[in-house]
Design a binder for this molecule. Structure first.
Ligand code: APR
Ligand code: PHB
Length: 388
């Protein structure tokens, strides 16, 4: 079997890259470890920068997004019993769109199937020879071992994937920060507590009020990493969330049975570089952000934008400059989003080891943001997404 580009991983990054290349007539195969149902079963954030929406439009996968997505022109930061609205549209002229990642993945799967793109699910892969000009991918699908010869391999297989792990240790440098807490998340078919998202900094810890639609809510509370979900019946979760919300939100909170409940760790991670010969890393395979800044999916989109630009120039114009520049271009935007996500996490979460002085520094910064158009503008332009 042969393809011009083999994409490993059928999450948002792999599927989006597949669409960008397919529409330019570049022959791709996507190899995914899990079943389509498993991939679609993942509950992940979905706050899209306008640039990511435009990319989905370009690849013909934004119809449902525009029909069902919620355009948000601001969000609230709540602390010390009050709420401050960050007016994204007024400060930056841009908005974000709330639309679950599961829906984006489904739309991309449907778009790929409609375009006749080839995706093999439930395969075990082994990328080889990406340090030569004849890379290939060995894989087992349905107990049959096969090999795909290709020009390039795109590692879109997430943080725990095989592509970054296949790079010799001496050729890659990892930067990481693991946070000393997690997020307990609940999905419920209840009306969201507010029209827009509320990020809460409370003495008891961070909380976030988000949503998937006008009838499906997504809530999080900061918790110790050791917390076990089965020790948190719904009533306990709702009571804890209410204690952290400002009074008006606590009163407005509509509770109901959780349809999903889980604890996720928080991590900042970047691998450098993002290219190893004929192998390119994109999305979570290359970097991880704490979800506080809602950047994970959006960085996957900007990586794909840069990588697709490079591959199209290579195949259409026999020009390799954009491919050579992929790693530096993508990492420049990645690091700025890592900084923003890290700073939002530091600002809004309780770090007991920082003591009372650390808490007063957080409250002083929150109070400064609440009173400064300049500070709110800086926050807003990072949240809506820096230019590609
Ligand atoms: N072989 C093939 N596929 C693999 C392998 C492997 N060895 N390892 C992992 N995969 C698949 C996973 O099953 C998953 O479907 O690669 C895909 C990676 O998808 P994601 O983890 O969603 O990563 P990405 O596509 O980069 O999307 C980033 O997902 O994790 C969120 O917050 C993150 O929103 C961001 C988005
Ligand atoms: C979510 O809706 O899951 C979500 C929204 C915004 C974030 C993180 C998660 O910053």
């Amino acid at each position: 079997m042969r393809a011009q580009v083999v994409i490993i991983g059928a999450g948002p990054a792999g599927l989006l890259l597949g669409q960008c290349l397919l529409r330019e007539g570049i022959d791709t195969v996507i190899l995914e470890q899990r079943s389509p149902q498993y991939v679609l079963g993942r509950i992940r954030a979905g706050v899209l920068e306008s640039a990511a929406v435009e990319l989905l439009e370009r690849v013909g996968a934004a119809e449902r997004l525009h029909a069902e997505g919620l355009v948000h022109e601001g969000f609230d930061i709540a602390f010390a019993g009050g709420r401050t609205r960050i007016d994204l549209a007024g400060l930056t002229g841009k908005s974000v769109t709330v639309y679950g990642q599961t829906e984006i993945t489904k739309d991309l799967m449907d778009a790929r199937a409609a375009a006749g793109g080839k995706t093999l699910y439930e395969v075990q892969v082994l990328p080889e020879g990406f340090d030569t000009d004849k890379p290939r991918v060995q894989f087992v699908h349905g107990n049959k071992s096969q090999t795909i010869e290709c020009d390039f391999i795109a590692g879109c297989d997430g943080f725990h994937g095989i592509t970054r792990a296949s790079v010799p240790a001496g050729a890659i440098r990892n930067y990481e920060r693991v946070y000393p807490f997690g997020w307990m998340g609940v999905l419920s078919d209840t009306r969201p507590v507010s029209e827009e998202l509320i990020y809460v900094s409370h003495e008891r810890g961070f909380a976030l009020c988000s949503m998937r639609s006008r009838t499906r809510s997504r809530y999080y509370v900061q918790c110790p990493l050791s917390e076990q979900v089965d020790e948190w019946p719904d009533e306990r979760f709702w009571a804890e969330l209410r204690r952290r919300l400002p009074e008006d939100a606590a009163k407005a909170l509509v509770t109901g049975p959780s349809i999903e409940k889980s604890v996720a760790p928080l991590r900042s991670f970047v691998a450098e570089p993002l290219r190893f010969g004929r192998l390119f890393l994109a999305g979570d395979a290359a970097h991880i952000v704490p979800p506080t800044g809602a950047k994970g999916l959006n960085l996957a989109a900007s990586d794909v934008h840069y990588l697709a630009e490079g591959l199209v120039a290579f195949y259409k114009n026999k020009n390799s400059v954009a491919l050579e520049n992929y790693s530096a271009r993508a990492l420049s935007r990645v690091w700025k989003a890592e900084r923003f996500s890290w700073s939002m996490t530091k600002l809004l979460h309780r770090f007991p080891e920082e003591g009372d002085f650390g808490r007063r520094m957080q409250l002083a910064e929150l109070d400064y943001i609440a009173g400064s158009r300049a500070a709110q503008t800086a926050l807003a332009e990072n949240y809506v997404g820096l230019p590609y």
